[in-house]
Design a binder for this molecule. Structure first.
Ligand code: EPZ
Length: 425
């Protein structure tokens, strides 16, 4: 999808169902490499990033079959390769998550350096430091990381930053190491917990996931299982922001409210009505005067960085001064320049955006720079006066399945050029 048009000043109403979590699906699909067997993963969103990691699994020798309702069958009985292609890893840096399972099972891996992206340099030093602590020999060769080991030996690893990917990679590597591994200052994200639950269903011995200390007792072998991934808390948060920015009233279904607590509490502080009920969250800001807030992104259970751009768009429509501080990534305000083209009043100072939501947003031609920034611009287009054209919409296909269709069903008017305005994408 290249460019879309959004008619503004719309109020969203109705209900929307959230799909499986992208950021749980990717590590769990990588973890299927750990067992010489078949695995069935359910509720996986059919996103471009999911297809990419499945291509990597196939490159390594797995057979991958797509069933109904997001079911993916992976048979990793035989692995024929320990190398992933540069082209695929460049397409989706989370492919680097296969290095931990390959080291654990094959004692070697040759994976391209994932490189940076729009939001930051995305180093992998914590991943590599952890593998080395477990006895792996790490070399850099022609843009590839070459990791080998005789055996991985359990040890204690302290993460300088609670990196989600490093926690996941090291947890997977440690499942088949000799002895116990302790990951200290581990990431506590729900996706880390979902991966740990999957690993334990394979026969691994992981305790403490969801806290800052995770212990993994290595086992000799693992066997296949089936697993349903958790709902996507960032997709849920994005629709919560869409309901709030449009001053609408939306029931968001298939939500684990604990996972979206930081977003719910910040919205309540703004004056949005938030009602939690068994697996659903209702967001109502119709007829409510919203208030400015201060917000700082932090590792879970703090406010999620992946919901920062969406909140900047929402606060651009709230009179008064709000301050949003990004502490996780070094370059995650690229949506601000695009929002300013829509008459948003935002000043970026260091790692903070100072937002004055007095004036209304005006439709304009803008550009999605990355996945979550793109989502934030679509939300702004929903409420701007006039029509907004968002270019480079392919970014959104990486992380939101059926995003335009779901928004249209809630009352948004979104179309491609030369299409009937009413036609749903
Ligand atoms: C995961 O990325 C998510 N991606 C990201 O979601 C999310 O923003 C991020 O976690 C933080 O929550 C997936 O799960 C596929 P990190 P990851 O390692 O694992 C620094 C989205 O939009 N760091 O926790 O790459 C790093 O530079 C994406 O869905 C090191 O310094 O994130 C960053 O500043 C975007 N050295 C911080 O840690 C390392 O070795 C957080 O990175 C690793 C990370």
């Amino acid at each position: 999808m290249g460019k879309i048009n959004i008619a503004g000043a719309k109020t969203l109403e109705g209900k929307v169902r959230i799909g499986g979590a992208k950021n749980a699906s990717l590590p769990i699909l990588a973890a299927t490499l750990l067992a010489e067997s078949k695995n069935t993963i359910k509720e996986v969103p059919p996103l471009k990033d999911v297809l990419t990691i499945c291509e990597v699994l196939k490159q390594l020798g797995c057979s991958v079959e797509f069933g109904e309702n997001g079911e993916i069958d992976v048979d990793s009985s035989e692995l024929t390769e320990v190398e992933a292609s540069d082209e695929l890893v460049r397409q989706m840096r989370a492919s680097f998550l296969v290095i931990g399972p390959l080291l654990a099972r094959m004692k070697k891996a040759r994976i391209p350096l994932p490189g940076g992206c729009a939001i930051g340099s995305r180093p992998i030093d914590l991943h590599l430091k952890g593998f080395a602590a477990l006895g792996a020999d790490i070399k850099f060769n022609h843009g590839f990381v070459e990791a080998t080991c005789d055996d991985l030996i359990g040890d204690r690893v302290y993460l300088d930053f609670p990196s989600v990917g490093a926690t996941e990679n090291l947890m997977m590597a440690a499942t088949r190491a000799k002895g116990e591994t302790v990951i200290e200052n581990a990431a506590e994200e729900p996706e880390v917990v979902d991966l740990a639950n999957f690993l334990n269903k394979l026969g691994a011995k992981v305790v403490g996931a969801g806290t800052d200390t995770i212990k993994i007792e290595g086992v000799k072998e693992l066997s296949g299982t089936e697993h349903t991934v958790i709902p996507d808390r960032i997709e849920a948060g994005t629709f919560m922001a869409a309901a709030a920015i449009s001053r609408g009233d939306v029931l968001i279904e298939n939500v684990i409210s604990e996972h979206v607590k930081p977003v719910m509490r910040k919205m309540e502080e703004m004056g949005v009505s938030v009602t939690e009920s068994d697996g659903n969250v209702r967001i109502k800001s119709k007829g409510r005067q919203l208030k400015p807030v201060k917000l700082k992104t932090l590792p879970y259970p703090g406010y999620p960085t992946d919901m920062q751009p969406q909140m900047v768009s929402l606060l651009s429509t709230v009179p008064g001064e709000s301050i949003v501080t990004e502490t996780v990534f070094e370059n995650r305000f690229r949506h601000v320049e695009e929002l300013k083209r829509m008459n948003a009043n935002i000043i970026v100072q260091g790692n903070s955006a100072i937002i004055n939501g007095a004036s209304s947003l005006l439709g304009a031609p803008i550009k999605a720079t990355d996945l979550r920034a793109g989502a934030s611009l679509v939300l702004a287009g929903l409420v701007a006066e006039g029509t907004t054209q968002v270019h480079d919409m392919y970014h959104l296909e990486r992380g939101y399945y059926g995003f335009m269709d779901k928004l249209s069903k809630l009352g948004a008017e979104i179309w491609k050029d030369h299409e009937n305005i009413k036609k749903v994408l």
